[in-house]
Design a protein around this ligand. Structure first.
Ligand code: C2E
Ligand code: MG
Ligand code: MG
Length: 738
């Protein structure tokens, strides 16, 4: 393992033995004879000469004192049995030795048979139990056969303990290996981790070849991790691995999809679908059963972790990569902008023109092919340090240095036709919105929003071109959103209200009705003119509930005037064109009429000329439904918009409301008043009534009256008033008349 981030997974070699030692040396039973009489050593060797136990020979080591025994035992920890004389230099030297083996050396594994020449020195039963002695015999008792039997039993129990021991150690290792591997998120780190853990579990060092190969669907297998001197194999295709044997073993396991324990250890790890792993450890001898089972356990655990890892990687891909065109997606772009890398100064949104038509006329797969071609071309057109992303649909994003991400560069990409896989080259155009990043560390989401605003502008004014987003635009966009949020809050808090502005009969000054005008006073006490907030409400859909509220409030107000005004007093309500677009608009208005009990004849709605841009036939139908209930319809701001004479006739309008700009606005010179006069004449001809708004002086009033205009509204009569002021105005006026 060369890389430093894998260091955490290197295990301590618990045995302290040199790697591979255990397997190479385990072919004999090592027995330690401890006795101060050399004859006893010779006799014992003779008695056991040529015998083997469980298929292995016995190899003796000789110690003539407890001290010598301790020395040998601390050098080797693979003694299976010690035959210990009780009485050596002192009467209990043998017993002391046993204590030191168990307590000081901490060796619980070695089996101990105590021998004594003098039966009187027999240890207590407690001692036997305390120090885990296997046997206690007088030397005379130990005939050849009994010595052999006793030794065999001791060796068997040693082997058992040893197996349990290594099983426990291996299990611990497998468990912690799996836990450690589960924490690794990158595929390469994960597989390197497997290699490290295999070294540890099999107790081999990196000089025994350990490597792992990976096979992905449709791709050749390659070496993903290797240990020690084989580290330079990493990244190599399996077929190029210079060691024929290793190559064959790995290949075999990948094909056979199972472990293979002959000629080294070759392991198989199933992943999700076609993605599989194989690992190879070059072991000198055959693998003991216990280790084989441990490995199987390890592989089973690893397969689960491997699958989880692949899932994780897939999810990660999905989160940051566009599946269709294999470019980074919106998330990735936002994260990149958030990182504020120096030198990355411009963000562009590139929207393919007419893509939805392409998609709806031709089939989806053609649409996909167009997106793929656009993705490929954009990616190739910009250097690697510019990020090219697909943000969704036919919208692509660029993020990079300001000399790369430019309108000209984007235009160049689309100047040439697009090569379509297996089809005619296609001409595509695109519209782009660009933002130059400022030093204010604006988050990625906000930057994209600004770029989106620039794109929107560009689409409105110069489709097929690019537009740079200016800071002022950004501020305006932000202000608009803030204002909309405040408007929404004010509406739910019932902080919107109406003002009422009367209109009168020009000839006799009779009050004919009043127009309801929406007012918004912010919590800070600021009045915001309807010209500013109504377009916002229209864009956001908030106009629908607000419009309904205006209508209901206006009608309730009309009801409150009963007794104060005559039956012919009309309440005029402005209705936005977006309200007309609602399918149940008429039904709802009629519902409110019924609810408040106001006769339709007392209600007039004012439309602006922009409603006439939509579907005229549908609009006419809706207006007829209202008119059938007596509601009148006036065309507001007449003269400023687009309505033609045919529209006026088609819509069966009751009244034209001449825009105030012809009466008192800056355009109201003689010429403009001329227009007003023409409109009035025209209306008479069409038998449509007229009302003039914005009358500020009595001259204006007189001129209008002389031209045949019936009604008028304006500061000359009254400014828009709140409910109480309007009542007062009505009463003052009545008092003045009488
Ligand atoms: P509008 O329907 O043409 O309303 C008349 C506007 O002229 C009102 O402005 C009124 O205050 C102003 N005005 C009245 N007399 C005079 C005058 O003598 N001189 C001058 N210079 N101005 C005069 P306001 O209240 O600011 O309303 C502006 C526009 O907002 C309205 O124009 C209307 O289009 C819209 N609006 C107001 N309330 C509503 C509403 O409830 N719904 C909808 N959809 N639009 C509304
Ligand atoms: Mg109006
Ligand atoms: Mg108007």
């Amino acid at each position: 393992m060369a890389s430093s981030d894998d260091e955490a997974f290197v295990f301590m070699d618990e045995s302290g033995e040199p790697a591979g030692h255990e397997h190479a040396q385990a072919q004999v039973w090592r027995v330690l004879l401890v006795d101060d009489e050399p004859d006893v050593h010779a006799a014992t060797r003779l008695a056991l000469k040529g015998m083997d136990i469980e298929g292995r020979a016995i190899e003796f080591s000789h110690a003539y004192s407890a001290a010598q025994a301790i020395e040998l035992l601390s050098q080797h920890d693979d003694f299976a049995v010690a035959l210990v004389d009780v009485v050596m230099g002192s009467n209990d030297e043998g017993l002391q030795l046993v204590r030191r083996i168990r307590e000081d050396l901490g060796n619980p594994v070695i089996r101990i048979i105590l021998r004594t020449g003098q039966p009187g020195y027999a240890p207590e039963i407690d001692t036997i139990r305390l120090y885990d002695l296997n046997d206690y015999k007088t030397k005379s008792e130990l005939t050849q056969v009994r010595l052999f039997t006793s030794l065999t039993m001791a060796i068997r129990s040693y082997a058992q303990i040893r197996q349990l021991e290594s099983g426990r150690r291996g299990l611990e290792q497998v468990l912690s290996a799996t836990t450690e591997l589960g924490k690794l998120v990158g595929l390469k780190t994960f597989v390197s981790g497997i290699v490290t853990q295999l070294c540890a579990i099999l107790n081999v060092g990196a000089e025994c070849l350990v490597c792992a190969a990976m096979r992905e669907p449709g791709a050749p297998s390659y070496i993903l991790a290797a240990a020690g001197q084989y580290d330079n194999w990493v990244g190599m295709a399996l077929q190029d691995v210079p060691d024929e044997r290793v190559k064959r073993r790995l290949q075999h396991v990948l094909d056979a999809r199972r472990h293979c324990f002959e000629d080294g250890v070759a392991l198989f790890f199933a992943g999700r679908g076609e993605q599989v792993l194989a690992a190879f450890v070059d072991m000198p001898g055959p693998l003991p059963e216990i280790e084989r089972r441990l490995l199987e356990l390890f592989c089973g655990n690893i397969a689960i972790a491997f699958e989880n890892l692949q899932l994780y990687l897939d999810i990660n891909d999905l989160a940051y990569q566009d599946v269709l065109v294999r470019l980074p997606n919106r998330n990735a772009m936002v994260a990149a902008i958030d990182a504020h890398e120096p030198g990355m100064e411009t963000v562009a949104l590139v929207d393919l023109d007419n893509f939805s038509e392409i998609n709806s006329i031709l089939d989806d797969s053609y649409g996909d092919a167009v997106l793929l071609a656009a993705a490929r071309k954009l990616r190739l057109a910009f250097p690697a340090d510019t990020m090219v992303a697909r943000l969704g649909g036919d919208l692509f994003g660029l993020y990079g240095p300001c000399d790369q991400v430019t309108s000209q560069h984007i235009a160049q990409v689309f100047a040439e036709p697009f090569e379509m896989a297996g089809g005619e080259p296609l001409r595509l155009s695109a519209t782009a919105g660009l933002v130059r990043l400022r030093d204010d560390g604006l988050p990625g989401v906000a930057v994209l929003k600004n770029a989106g605003a620039a794109l929107k502008q560009a689409k409105r004014f110069q489709r097929g071109k690019s537009m740079m987003f200016e800071a002022a635009q950004a501020d305006a966009a932000r202000d608009r959103i803030q204002m909309l949020n405040r408007l929404r809050a004010s509406f739910s808090a019932e902080h919107l209200f109406l003002h009422y502005q009367p209109f009168v009969h020009l000839k006799d000054g009779r009050v004919m009705g009043a127009e309801c005008l929406l007012r918004w006073k912010t919590p800070e006490g600021q009045f915001i003119p309807p010209d500013q907030f109504i377009p916002l409400a229209e864009q956001s859909g908030l106009m629908i509930p607000i419009g309904e509220w205006v209508f209901r409030t206006a009608l309730k107000w009309r009801r409150s005037l009963v007794g104060l005004v005559g039956d012919d007093f009309r309440v005029a309500v402005n209705v936005s064109h977006v309200q007309f677009a609602e399918p149940d608009f008429v039904r709802r208005l009629l519902g409110i009429l019924g609810e408040t009990g106001i006769p339709g004849e007392q209600v007039e709605i004012e439309l602006t000329e922009s409603v006439a841009i939509g579907n005229i036939d549908l609009l006419a139908l809706r207006l007829d439904e209202l008119r059938a209930r007596g509601v009148r319809v006036a065309m507001d701001d007449f003269g400023t918009g687009y309505s033609s004479l045919s529209v006026i006739q088609r819509l069966n309008l009751d009244r034209l409301k001449i825009d105030r700009s012809f009466i008192s606005g800056p355009r109201s010179g003689d010429d403009h008043f001329g227009i007003a006069r023409t409109v009035i004449a025209l209306a008479r001809h069409l038998q449509v009534a007229t009302i003039a708004e914005g009358i500020e002086t009595s001259e204006q009033r007189m001129a209008l009256q002389a031209s045949g205009c019936e009604e008028g509204q304006g500061y000359l009569f009254s400014r828009p008033l709140d409910e109480a002021a309007f009542r007062q105005w009505l009463m003052d006026r009545r008092a003045a008349a009488s």
